[in-house]
Design a binder for this molecule. Sequence first.
Ligand code: ZN
Ligand code: ZN
Length: 325
Amino acid sequence: MENKIYLHADQSSYKGNLHLHTTWSDGSLSAAETVEVFKEKGYHFVCISDHDVYARTDEFNTDTFITLPGMERGGLNPVADRDPGYHFGVLDDPDAQPAQVRFEHLERFPVPLPWEGDHSPQALIDEMNAHGNLVIFNHPEWHLTRFEDMVRYDGFFAIEIYNHATEWSPVSSYGAAYWHHALQNGKRVFGIAADDSHTHDRNWAMPEYGGGWVCVQADTLTPRAIVASLKAGRFYSSTGPAIHALRVEDGQLIVECSPCKLIMFKAFPLRGPFVGDFQGGSPQTLASIPIEPEMQYIRVECIDFDGNVAWSNPVFVADLLREEE
Ligand SMILES: [Zn+2]
Ligand SMILES: [Zn+2]
């Protein structure tokens, strides 16, 4: 089995929020104010993903902060019996060679969507891809999306596995079960944690800004470099802990992280050790698991002493075995 590095211990890492709303749809802050909030919090990038209106805001880009063009598409107002509540994150891919023109800044799209049966979400995903966008399957847990939708629909590169705003109301922020369902059925999709920020009020017990994010490894902070790394899975998601390194070495998957209560390997079929000091509770920063050929995928969850989680992307074992040939 080849050695392989998924996350480098010493490569630049950029923190970003791929899901938020501004006054261009139902958010409480303008785009400019939103950018300032995330800059203050130490973020390097955001995607201004308003409902059914595309944002392409180069004017906010500096050497230390960028905005990625995009939106959230799927209809703000569910149509009873016809709209099961599909929302898709839409993210401009600078490396795509789209068949259709790219969307323009503040281009608006019809709401509600005229869904036509169960296959309409696929038509929407295909349309977004055709215009040069990556697609994220947003907050499936909040919408109680059918598990089989993770399999029967194609063309999304990631699932939103943590949506911070729905931690607040209703409590349905964690979507990792949908991720497992997709992975166990052979999908190669990544997991994304995001805020879905709408309402900014510093007095709220649980602010909607800064609760879930991605950390992307890239050489430079440009939309092209960040999106290329997202597409390649060179990132992890988090609500707190940091994953410093993830690599395969001598047949072992090794993870290094910030001090955590527990490091969990989620290998399918189930093999995962749970690494933690269950009696002394001493912090864990390093763990490994032997990789077995019958494993389909392995991903890592690092959980800190406050219950915050960092999720690695999946390591697909078949790729490692192929590289051996
Ligand atoms: Zn949504
Ligand atoms: Zn949203």
